[in-house]
Ligand binder design. Structure first.
Ligand code: HEM
Ligand SMILES: CC(C)=CCC/C(C)=C/CC/C(C)=C/COP(=O)(O)OP(=O)(O)O
Length: 326
């Protein structure tokens, strides 16, 4: 008897876990992680490396909930084409594990919680920016552009560039040049990130008539566009060092190093646009690139980094004058 109860409890427990897992999958969690790292760059740089831990916690939670809501609505809206595409067929909605009505309620609850959290514990600007991310991603990208324009992800990419603005606004209550440069970095990063992937899974998009650039213009033109965006992206990353003086030499060195690898991979793709391995390599690297670049902004902003760099600078000066005396 005990065994039957135990088995029953076990089965019930498993089912609940599976339900939770399905809702978790609806939010596209791995993408949220990178969005949060870019939020962190806004938080830390705005606070000159001295952040309030509670504000960090609340802003990260609010940002994650907003992105989760946006991704859930995107899954809801796109469930028809997700059902047809191989890559997305097993998502919770097309596979019937979550009902559309429940997904909608879930997304609304996430957005309301995010807005409340950010308004009460951060400020209204941060909350409104997060909500504008949801509206832009759902209304402009998913509804207006995704199925109708080859420029869908160029314009729609603006949604994914909002998180550093949320981080900055949470700390300062306003926006200045630096957060807009962070926004522009992600804006220019998005086409190489996404088109490299779209070159690999072009046939999937063609099957559901989504006019992604590689489907309409082919591999060669896409590789060329990726190259142009890369050439714009790399100097822009340095604008935080000069003229803005928001970030220092640690960030600058990292931006040059990471940027050189990005350029190499984009160049190799330009030389062999039909080579899927080159596209895959650039796509994978694009994620690592944004992760490390954002982390570099955080590390660069820390007071300890300033202390170490100042000490190094002073020692170099002493060394130079010693050489001068000799
Ligand atoms: C309009 C803009 C964007 C589009 C269309 C796009 C599209 C995609 C797609 C289709 C995937 C593959 C997902 C899958 O296999 O299910 C992907 C992966 C990914 N994207 Fe983007 N993306 C965009 C912007 C961003 C932004 C702004 C970020 C974060 C800052 C981001 C982070 C990621 C990450 C981390 C992955 C890998 C996820 C994994 O490992 O499963 N993307 N992207
Ligand atoms: C501040 C805030 C809340 C911002 C939200 C921004 C956000 C959720 C960006 C995600 C970008 C993304 C993963 C697009 C993929 O969509 P897709 O529909 O092309 O991908 P799919 O084909 O895999 O569904």
């Amino acid at each position: 008897m005990q065994e039957i109860i135990a088995t029953g409890t076990q089965r019930h427990h498993e089912t609940l876990l599976q339900v939770l897992k399905s809702y978790y999958q609806l939010t596209k969690p791995r993408i949220i992680l990178l969005l949060l790292i870019t939020t962190a760059s806004g938080l830390w740089v705005a606070a000159n490396g001295e952040v309030d831990p509670l504000l960090v916690l609340v802003t990260m939670a609010g940002g994650a909930l907003a992105a989760a809501s946006a991704n859930t609505i995107n899954c809801l809206y796109d469930r028809d084409i997700d059902y047809i595409m191989e890559r997305t067929r097993h998502r919770p909605l097309p596979s019937g594990r979550v009902q559309p009505r429940d997904a909608l309620i879930f997304a609304i609850a996430l957005a309301v919680t995010s807005f409340t959290l950010l308004t009460v514990f951060a400020n209204l600007l941060a909350a409104l920016l997060a909500m504008s991310g949801i509206v832009f991603y759902v209304a402009i990208y998913t509804h207006l552009l995704k199925r109708h324009s080859t420029q869908n992800i160029v314009i729609g990419g603006a949604a994914g560039a909002i998180p550093p603005l949320v981080g900055w606004a949470a700390v300062t209550g306003e926006l200045s040049w630096a957060p807009w440069v962070m926004f522009a970095i992600i804006f220019l990063w998005t086409p190489p990130h996404f088109w490299a992937l779209a070159m690999m899974i072009r046939d999937d998009y063609a099957a559901v008539n989504v006019p992604m650039l590689p489907v309409i213009k082919g591999d060669e033109e896409t590789a060329r566009q990726i190259w142009y965006y890369t050439l714009l992206l790399l100097p822009l990353t340095l604008a935080l060092t000069y003229p803005l003086h928001t970030s220092g030499m640690v960030y600058a060195a990292l931006a040059v190093f990471l940027g050189a690898i990005f350029a190499k991979k984009a160049w190799e793709l330009l030389q062999a646009p039909t080579d899927r391995d080159k596209a895959r390599s650039l796509f994978k690297y694009s994620i690592l690139y944004l992760m490390l670049l954002s982390a570099g902004m955080v590390v660069d902003s820390l007071p300890v980094t300033h202390q170490v760099m100042t000490a190094i600078g002073q020692n170099v000066q002493v060394l130079i004058s010693a050489i001068g005396v000799m």
